[in-house]
Design a protein around this ligand. Structure first.
Ligand code: ADP
Ligand code: MG
Length: 343
């Protein structure tokens, strides 16, 4: 295939994140008989992405994996009748799947709406598994798309622009939802919350916005690509999507009153339990992660206390100006490099 775009045609543009599709003229095809939410799909593409052959040599490209976004290896699979996304890890620690599961546990404790992730292990490698949060009649609209609905003037901060766009589209509760996401990302030092890693959910029939999407894709956090000795609560790491440092980004949170920091007591034990049988995270790394996390909890508490005395400042200083997804070693990944957020 000369271009990955052709993959889209091969699966009629069908995915498990929205309900748009390509209906060839005169095909007579109906959504009911073709959509992946209700009908089986091929796992050939997913198997290939996971480094397996397609078995009998014949490949069916009727798969939601043709259109998957992101950079980690992943595949959709029907497990017990449920559509599930299986994602692998990267680099020496293979830490992303553990992080997804651990972030779910943190969000359960803090009552933050999220996509629950579970862990599976295959041939010693960890994978995270989550259900599809997009239903038959809904669709995910990413923050990047929301931010294209109006032109951002240069003196308006990226964060203000996002909230303004949401409010213009009549999406309720966004400030509350963003307060929660920003607190979580500060806590787990998420390095890759780019503008396609969060968003809103819309009714695909009425085009009515329902609200913030549950939080997903938290794998690129907790010093996932750092050697164990470099793990520390104050280690310098990347920050997205609004400010280029976590210290600045946490200042965007307008309300911490919902945050029950005591609900996190003993959370390190959950991390120990999640990585206990890992072939990739040894005890030294696990303990370094626990120490780092406990430091982040203290720092979050400090930030929450300080916010009482701080005047909320909303300006473009330290704004992230480009939405570029993490691409592992080797710099920005072409297909995910987006236009600058200004203009
Ligand atoms: N649980 C889910 N339900 C529906 N769509 C999802 C779900 N998780 C991810 N997606 C979609 O798949 C894309 C890739 O998944 P993501 O978890 O972001 O992978 P990566 O870690 O490789 O970036 C997301 O940007 C989103 O569009
Ligand atoms: Mg992603």
């Amino acid at each position: 295939m000369p271009d990955p775009c052709f993959l889209l045609e091969k699966c009629l543009g069908l995915s498990l994140s929205d309900r748009y599709w390509i209906r060839p003229v005169d095909s007579g095809l109906l959504w009911e008989e073709i959509n992946f939410f209700d009908n089986p799909f091929s796992e050939d593409m997913g198997d290939i992405l996971f480094g397996k052959g397609s078995g009998n040599g014949k490949i069916s490209l009727m798969s939601p994996d043709n259109t998957s976004d992101g950079w980690l290896k992943k595949k959709w699979k029907i497990i017990d009748g449920k559509r599930c996304l299986i994602k692998g890890g990267s680099e020496a620690a293979q830490q992303e799947p553990y992080n997804e599961v651990f972030a779910s546990r943190i969000m359960t404790r803090l009552r933050i709406p999220h996509v629950p992730y579970f862990l599976i292990t295959e041939e010693n490698y960890p994978y995270s598994v989550c259900g599809d949060f997009v239903m038959q009649d809904t669709e995910l609209i990413t923050a990047w798309r929301i931010m294209q609905t109006a032109k951002k003037t240069n003196h308006v901060s990226a964060y203000r622009h996002y909230l303004d766009c949401c409010s213009r589209l009549g999406i309720d509760g966004m400030e509350e939802a963003m307060n929660r996401m920003l607190v979580l990302d500060y806590l787990i030092v998420n390095e890759d919350r780019h503008l396609n890693n969060f968003g809103v959910v819309r009714n695909a029939d009425t085009l009515e916005y329902i609200g913030a999407a549950p939080i997903y894709d938290c794998g690129t956090s907790l010093w996932f690509d750092k050697p164990s000795r470099m793990i520390s609560a104050r280690a310098k790491v990347n920050c997205k999507p609004f400010k280029n440092s976590h210290e600045e980004q946490i200042k965007l949170v307008t309300d911490f009153s919902w945050l029950d920091i005591f609900a996190l007591q003993g959370i390190e034990d959950e991390l120990r339990e999640i990585v206990r049988d890992s072939a990739f995270i040894d005890e030294a790394r696990c303990e370094a992660l626990c120490r780092g996390l406990s430091g982040r909890i203290d720092m979050l508490q400090e930030a929450a206390c300080q916010s009482v005395y701080q005047v909320f400042v909303d300006n473009t200083e330290n704004d992230v100006t480009e939405n570029i997804a993490y691409s592992g070693a080797g710099g920005p990944k072409g297909q995910e490099k987006r236009k600058s957020m200004n203009d």
